[in-house]
Ligand binder design. Structure first.
Ligand SMILES: CC(=O)N[C@H](C=O)[C@@H](O)[C@H](O)[C@H](O)CO
Ligand SMILES: CC(=O)C(=O)O
Length: 303
């Protein structure tokens, strides 16, 4: 699926569908691809990331999911990015090699977060080994300090990275440090794609010059977010704000109830009609009370 087009617009961080007894459920992925493309207008996916419970899956499961997304996305999706980050370097390398072999359009990796890199050079050294297993496809760094605890600034990381990692193509930036993000744009906008990953703040990141976004809500609020991107491109800030406030209204409501990957699975199930199943331990399924309240809130969104 080598795609010559640069990644832009929205990318859905895919959910990993599971059966009621907790096995990965590959059988609904074809339907999931069609839903994203036809109902949400989203043609890029980021597989096995945070929302996909990638770090809670076995290597074998991650490979099966990657294959299914690439196969079912053929001629339908523009980019299938596989997250290959892992705590163990050999495992991350194996996943990178596999993603390249099955025809993924790119790979991404987080910083290892148990034994953490303490400076930029060790992080780059780790990422370089991973990326070198897939020399023919782009590599994206997945920056998510609230979950990894690795706070090395991306501005610093990007300085000189292309010499170390020739396939380096961009960053998925899941943090609220918009100064760091803006510096990345200022210094590298021509060279790299800078994808923002905090959905409720996307409009601010667009103002800073984001190339696009990767996030969980584009699974079920993709259409509204595409309209926000259009409004922003036309410089209709008032309309763009209305769409951003719409995402904000929903998220601010569910945050108060307790919101994470488990709840995202429930929201996607009632929005798309595709059964996403339960999350894997230590996450627990969303409660019936949450589902009822979130459903009513979703139905009340006016835009
Ligand atoms: C921590 C986490 O899962 N972040 C996601 C992507 O990075 C976002 O898409 C959030 O789910 C979303 O912004 C809601 O907070
Ligand atoms: C949001 C995102 O990109 C992820 O779930 O990995």
């Amino acid at each position: 699926m080598a795609s010559p087009k640069r990644l832009q617009g929205l990318t859905a961080a895919t959910i990993t569908p599971m059966t009621p007894d907790g096995e990965i459920n590959l059988s609904v992925i074809g339907q999931y691809v069609d839903y994203l493309v036809k109902e949400q207008g989203v043609k890029n996916v980021f597989v096995n990331g945070t929302t996909g419970e990638g770090l809670a899956l076995s290597t074998q499961e991650r490979k099966q999911l990657a294959e299914e997304w690439v196969t079912k996305g053929k001629n339908k999706l523009d980019h299938v990015i596989i997250h290959v980050g892992a705590l163990s370097l050999p495992e991350a390398k194996e996943l990178a090699k596999h993603a390249a072999a099955i025809g993924a359009s790119g790979i991404a990796g987080i910083a290892p977060f148990f034994f953490k890199p303490t400076n930029k050079d060790t992080l780059v050294a780790f990422l370089r080994e991973v990326a070198s297993e897939a020399p023919g496809i782009p590599f994206y760094y997945y920056h998510i300090p609230p979950l990894t605890g690795v706070k090395i600034r991306v501005e610093e990381l990007l300085d000189g990275i292309k010499e170390q990692i020739p396939t380096f193509q961009g960053v998925k930036f899941s943090d609220t440090d918009l100064l760091d993000f803006a510096q990345c744009v200022k210094n590298h906008k021509e060279q790299f794609v800078l994808l923002y990953g905090v959905d409720e703040h996307l409009l601010s990141a667009l103002a800073m010059g984001a190339s696009g976004a990767v996030g969980s809500t584009y699974n079920y609020l993709g259409k509204k977010n595409n309209l926000m991107l259009e409004a922003f491109a036309k410089q209709d800030l008032t309309l763009a704000q209305q769409y951003q406030f719409c995402t904000g209204e929903f998220l601010s409501f569910v945050f108060k109830l307790g919101f994470g990957v488990a709840q995202t699975k429930a929201v996607m199930t009632f929005t798309s009609g595709i059964p996403m199943g339960p999350p894997r331990l230590p996450l627990l399924s969303a409660s019936v009370d949450f589902i009822e309240k979130a459903k009513a809130k979703m139905a009340s969104l006016i835009l």
